[in-house]
Design a protein around this ligand. Structure first.
Ligand code: CA
Length: 367
């Protein structure tokens, strides 16, 4: 128990201490782990194999763990369908088919009602705010509590930043254009679309292009310019809408089987935790750089029609989002606590960001 408590503390405030413990002492001397057993893990993911940013982030996590541990913990990565289908990743980690998984918490809201809050919720926290909430606002402890009944330890392990609103075969000019719209949009965003009169569809990434091409769906969101360009979605829908109101700062997760985690010596546990956090930060940096380049390519080379959602549409979606996000609280006490925690954080954070990033970006753009 003492060992576990030390590691869990390292998940939040002590990330730097964990990094030092994991990868060598501050004075440069070797930490000299006593336990030289070797471990091999399998990692199942919800992404197509090596999918840019998301899948490669999972691969990078495995690479870092192997490198930091000197090969004492190696992780073999399986793309979606290679070992289990995308939406069976959570169960595969829970039942020990794989020791670790990589995905997005909102995929599991059917099992864990509060799960969406640990990836993203409509009109919720940005990536920067998610970091604040998870590590300094009690979010990570709530996340661990939510997955504990399944024997899973969740770790933030990637961030896409603010996503895009999605690809549409027809323009969205008024609220009426959402009526009857069949759109691939998972999680709470899908529930909001349903309240606005649309039909949300859940499809794994690899199924989206064909569904949009054949007209099985009218619209889709995926991630942002970098991933959307890679999927070629511009070839089957001309209108690219922003902002991603439904995914303002999506955090990805490493799902770790607790039994497998607790079987590791403490230094390897710290390596797993620290590598996950390092990939979280690295992925956000990668998306920040690559999304900018991909957006330019989409607009200038592929003639994509970039459109802001009309103000009236966003206002209505915002209103519906609050209803949807708050609706789950009545039937699930943990959901109610997570909702309260995140809304309290957002209420404190928003006035600050308004005078910091938001005010600065406006000033820079007008300058
Ligand atoms: Ca998305």
């Amino acid at each position: 128990m003492v060992q576990r408590r030390r590691v869990i503390q390292g998940l939040g405030m002590g990330a730097m201490a964990s990094a030092l413990a994991a990868c060598g002492r501050e004075d440069g001397a070797s930490a000299g782990p006593q336990d030289q057993r070797r471990f091999q893990w399998r990692m199942v993911t919800t992404w197509p194999p090596n999918f840019p940013g998301l899948g490669t982030g999972a691969t990078e996590f495995a690479r870092r763990v192997g490198a930091c541990s000197g090969g004492r913990l190696t992780i073999k990565v399986y793309g979606a369908e290679e070992l289990v289908p995308a939406f069976e990743v959570f169960d595969a980690v829970a039942n020990g088919t794989a020791e670790v998984g990589h995905g997005g918490a909102y995929y599991w809201k059917g099992k864990v009602p509060a799960a969406s809050f640990f990836s993203t919720v409509p009109f919720g926290l940005t990536a920067q705010e998610m970091g604040g909430w998870l590590h300094y606002g009690g979010g990570l402890e709530l996340w661990q509590e939510a997955y504990r009944p399944y024997g899973i330890l969740p770790l933030p392990c990637g961030s896409s930043g603010t996503q895009m609103g999605g690809w549409f075969r027809k323009e969205i000019n008024t609220l009426a254009d959402l009526k009857g719209l069949k759109m691939r949009i998972p999680g709470l965003g899908g529930e909001v679309l349903a309240r606005a009169g649309g039909t949300p569809v859940t499809l794994a990434g690899g199924e989206i292009f064909t569904a949009l091409q054949t007209g099985a769906i009218d619209a889709t969101e995926w991630v942002g310019p970098y991933n959307d360009l890679a999927f070629g979605l511009y070839k089957v829908a001309p209108y690219y809408y922003y902002p991603g109101w439904h995914e303002p700062g999506t955090t990805l997760e490493a799902l770790v089987n607790r039994e497998a985690f607790e079987a590791l010596p403490e230094d390897l546990q710290n390596i797993v935790v620290t590598c996950a956090q390092s990939v979280n930060d690295q992925m956000l940096a990668e998306f920040t750089a690559r999304n900018a380049e991909a957006l330019r390519t989409l607009v200038e080379e592929h003639g994509v029609k970039l459109r802001p959602f009309p103000r009236e549409v966003l206002a209505r979606l915002h209103q519906l989002s609050l209803e949807v996000v708050e609706a789950g609280a009545a039937s699930d006490p943990l959901y109610a606590r997570v909702l309260q925690s995140q809304q309290d954080f957002q209420a404190r954070s928003a006035p600050y960001l308004a005078v910091a990033e938001e005010a600065f970006l406006l000033a820079r753009d007008q300058g």
